[in-house]
Design a protein around this ligand. Structure first.
Ligand code: SF4
Ligand code: SF4
Length: 179
């Protein structure tokens, strides 16, 4: 079946609610068999967004009660000070348990800091292979997310190795035929 080309303009200026309504409409249009649903991610944010999309967050709010290292960007501090006063955070970050947590969840959800949006993923872990994403182990979903990520990473790595070996074997075969 032909995969129709869908033109969808992502309008980041919309409110969260209107943005999600527009996304829902686009997903409806593009989710028929043979079509693909476009997702507005870029190379540097893609892996994190897709991992977070797979997070089955149970809303336990452990992250809002007990995470000790939730740094804030300078612009976030200024916005919090302007909209909510000066309590509940310092220039080092949020103070826990977070003062914005209520019985029904985060009271500033649409304007919550980046560190909350990307929780439980943490950037900047290092390995011999370079920078890695890490998963904050306080989150009850951490092990499952990490295991899924490792499984997908293995699949990709294994397939790449296999394709490389096949390509090399084809090149070698071609060389022999030339002799
Ligand atoms: S700002 Fe909201 S999401 Fe972030 S820790 Fe506080 S209550 Fe949780
Ligand atoms: S600790 Fe994990 S599962 Fe619990 S609310 Fe935070 S992100 Fe969701």
């Amino acid at each position: 079946m032909q995969n129709d080309e869908i033109k969808f303009e992502v309008n980041w200026e919309l409110s969260r609610r209107d943005f999600l309504e527009a996304a829902k409409t686009m997903i409806e249009i593009t989710s028929a068999p043979g079509k693909t649903i476009p997702i507005p991610v870029e190379d540097d944010t893609g892996p994190a967004i897709m991992l977070l999309a797979g997070l089955n967050c149970g809303g336990c709010h452990l992250c809002c009660k007990s995470v000790m290292a939730a740094g804030l960007l300078e612009t976030e501090i200024k916005a919090l000070q302007k909209n909510h006063g000066t309590e509940g955070f310092t220039k080092e970050g949020l103070i826990f348990p977070c003062r914005f947590l209520t019985e029904t969840g985060c009271s500033i959800y649409a304007e919550r800091p980046l560190v909350c949006i990307t929780y439980p993923l943490q950037g900047g872990a290092q390995s011999s292979a370079g920078k890695l994403l890490a998963v904050e182990s306080v989150c009850p979903q951490a092990r499952e997310i990490a295991l899924r990520a490792y499984a997908i990473a293995w699949d990709i790595s294994h397939k790449r190795k296999q394709l490389k070996a096949e390509a090399e074997s084809v090149i070698k075969g071609g060389d022999k035929r030339l002799k």
